[in-house]
Design a binder for this molecule. Sequence first.
Ligand code: NAD
Length: 250
Amino acid sequence: MTTDLLAGRRILVTGGSRGLGLAMARAAGEAGAELVLAARSRTQLDVAVTGLAADGIAARAVATDLSDAAQVADLVASVSEGGLHGVIHAAGIQHREAAADFTDDDLRRVLDVNLESPFRLTRELVRHDACDTLRSVVLVGSLGSSIAIPRAVAYAASKAGLLGLARTLAAEWAPRGIRVNVLSPGYFHTELTADLLDDPVQHARVVGRIPMGRLGQPAELGGGAVFLLSDWASYVTGQQLIVDGGWLGA
Ligand code: NAD
């Protein structure tokens, strides 16, 4: 789909090196945005930037571990040069384990990357004067933002927590002209879900719950991301947009 909804906008995409983050980055780039990708692996980031460039999409990469405050400060300093208009927080991790067997370390690790790091990064961007061009923050939720995900208690808690984060930041930052929303995917095959979806029994169970009868294609998240980043969503804040093939509506 061709649009220039994000022409002239600079968009930071965390978790932009692969999977859903890269797919949303690509959609934003196709809509005219200039991209900054942040993720842990320099190698994967370089592959992503090269692939986008081959399609005429301008992107640069800043290798960042979002759990590390010093690296987040460097990222903020780097993206603030030239102004930043939007952020997609797609960085996320999963840990599957029965709740009774969860260790404190695994709980902290998942909450840190999925819930605390989007807050810390956005707060640092808002504190930075050079980022007063920031207009839209998109937090990537999940079905776990709305319903139970058995054997993923930390993940579900982190993704449900993003709704509270988005609503509160939306209310506090509306006077600054910053909108904050959650974009919640259903099931897509990526490195995050491969352990589950490569199991034929689990695959059949998941797909059997989806009214559209199939997994999502990563590119199918692009429209929602571009919409929430763009002026078409200028009066939309503190909301959740669900892209799940009908799962939660059924
Ligand atoms: P993925 O594993 O392919 O990608 C995860 C990305 O997050 C990678 O770029 C990785 O480098 C980055 N990341 C992880 N920890 C990081 C850290 N400490 N610092 C910086 N970057 C870090 O997974 P994905 O499926 O593309 O997931 C993207 C987002 O979508 C996640 O927030 C995930 O929870 C969410 N999501 C995915 C699905 C799905 O079906 N795949 C469904 C719902 C929500």
